[in-house]
Design a protein around this ligand. Structure first.
Ligand code: FE
Ligand code: FE
Ligand code: FE2
Length: 206
């Protein structure tokens, strides 16, 4: 075979080996590993949003600060719920909480939106699929509840980003379900629309 013909063959073979390795890697991820990854992600999101809330207050975006506080609270419930399932499976929850990189509020909202979009569209759907295949109902439930809340977080971050100047003075009221972390500005709800937790156990976050 000539040099010109053999190069593409080698490239194709290498790419094939790379793909096989990549899929083997994916397949090796267990539901327990996914729970640990989600626990780590939620713990870091909580720390990030607390830091972003302080920055938003400092920059005069008080309503954005309320949103970050509500989301931080919600993420703390996700971390707690994932940790409970990890413990039930006989393992120890492990998180490596990094000191958050804080930029301008606009950039922080962009970062937050990207994170929520990723969790809603990519991470939790994959984790739910694996947990269903494993028939791990506790994991399916905690992932599904988190995904429902992330959908709300993404919605509000997007709204804030599109109209950042309208999110300045005054506080914004959020309700956060203390069971599943569902987050809403609809103060009229009588119970959590996701997990049916009663109104008394849904917290007001300003
Ligand atoms: Fe979360
Ligand atoms: Fe979230
Ligand atoms: Fe809930």
């Amino acid at each position: 075979m000539s040099y010109r013909r053999i190069v593409p063959v080698i490239v194709a073979a290498c790419f094939g080996m790379f793909l096989t390795a990549a899929f083997a890697e994916e397949a090796a991820k267990t539901t327990l590993e996914n729970l640990q990854a989600a626990y780590n992600g939620e713990s870091n999101a909580k720390a990030r949003y607390d830091a972003f809330a302080a920055k938003a207050d400092e920059e005069g975006y008080q309503q954005v600060a309320s949103l970050f506080r509500a989301a931080a609270r919600s993420e703390s419930f996700h971390a707690r719920n994932h940790a409970e399932v990890i413990k039930k499976m006989g393992a120890e929850p492990k998180a490596d909480v990094k000191s958050p990189e804080v930029k301008s509020t606009r950039e922080n909202v962009e970062t937050a939106l990207k994170g929520e979009d990723y969790e809603r569209d990519t991470m939790y759907p994959a984790f739910i699929e694996q947990a269903e295949a494993d028939k791990n109902n506790d994991a399916v439930e905690t992932f599904q509840e988190a995904k429902a809340a992330e959908t709300q977080h993404a919605k509000y971050y997007k709204e804030a980003l599109e109209n950042l100047d309208n999110w300045k003075t005054g506080t914004k009221d959020f309700l956060v379900c203390t069971n599943c972390g569902y987050t809403t500005t609809d103060l009229s709800i009588q119970k959590c629309p996701i997990c049916a937790f009663p109104r008394e156990k849904i917290e007001l976050v300003k």
